[in-house]
Write a protein that binds this ligand. Structure first.
Ligand SMILES: Nc1ncnc2c1ncn2[C@@H]1O[C@H](COP(=O)(O)OP(=O)(O)OP(=O)(O)O)[C@@H](O)[C@H]1O
Ligand SMILES: Nc1nc2c(c(=O)[nH]1)N=C(CO)CN2
Length: 167
């Protein structure tokens, strides 16, 4: 089944972190790379004032893994790359969200699918629509239609940055 994962970083070497995270996600069996979106520089949504912009991208994959196993994989990659020792409890350099996993719908606090905020997040929907123009959010409809109602001004293509498929 198809899995769509969203990657974000707003601290440290943001692009390097995204590329390393992508490579690690596909380092073990059960998850096959299909396509990475372009990279976008995006205004932070929510959170504390004065944050740096994020780099965001979306990865489309095929998986045989159950959604929870995929979440564990994503979390272990987050833990491997996701913290810098700037300060204790310092902010994360990497966030990986599961956006959709096939047509799985679940409403557990540990794993909500589709991701509960995807339909309002231009920083996910813009890259997703580029990587997968036919994408759909179960229960919400086509990515392209969801995007039509959103303000995309804070989401800027970084043509100079391109994620490679996993080594
Ligand atoms: N679809 C999902 N993808 C990733 N994590 C999820 C999902 N649904 C629920 N979670 C849970 O959310 C928690 C992650 O919280 P975290 O602090 O990373 O939120 P966040 O990524 O900062 O915020 P947001 O959820 O708004 O993107 C994890 O404990 C995880 O179990
Ligand atoms: N632009 C942008 N804003 C965010 C992001 C993100 O990835 N990009 N992630 C968040 C928590 O998951 C909160 N806000």
């Amino acid at each position: 089944m198809k899995a769509v994962l969203a990657l974000g970083s707003n601290l440290g070497s943001r692009f390097e972190t995204l590329q390393d995270a992508l490579d690690s996600l596909f380092d073990a069996p059960g998850l096959d790379f299909v396509r990475a979106s372009p990279v976008y520089e995006t205004d932070p949504v929510g959170g504390p004032e004065g944050q740096r912009p994020y780099l965001n991208a979306v990865v489309v994959a095929e998986t045989t893994l159950p959604p929870r196993t995929l979440l564990e994989r994503a979390q272990s990659v987050e833990n491997a790359f996701g913290r810098v020792r700037v300060e204790r409890w310092g902010p994360r350099t990497l966030d990986i969200d599961l956006i959709v996993v096939g047509d799985t719908v679940c409403d557990d606090p540990d794993l909500t699918l589709p991701h509960p905020l995807v339909h309002e997040r231009a920083f996910v929907l813009v890259p997703w629509s580029q990587a997968d123009p036919e994408g759909e959010v179960p229960g919400h409809g086509r990515v392209a239609d969801l995007l039509a109602g959103l303000d995309v001004e804070g989401v800027r293509l970084r043509e100079d940055l391109k994620l490679q498929g996993p080594d």
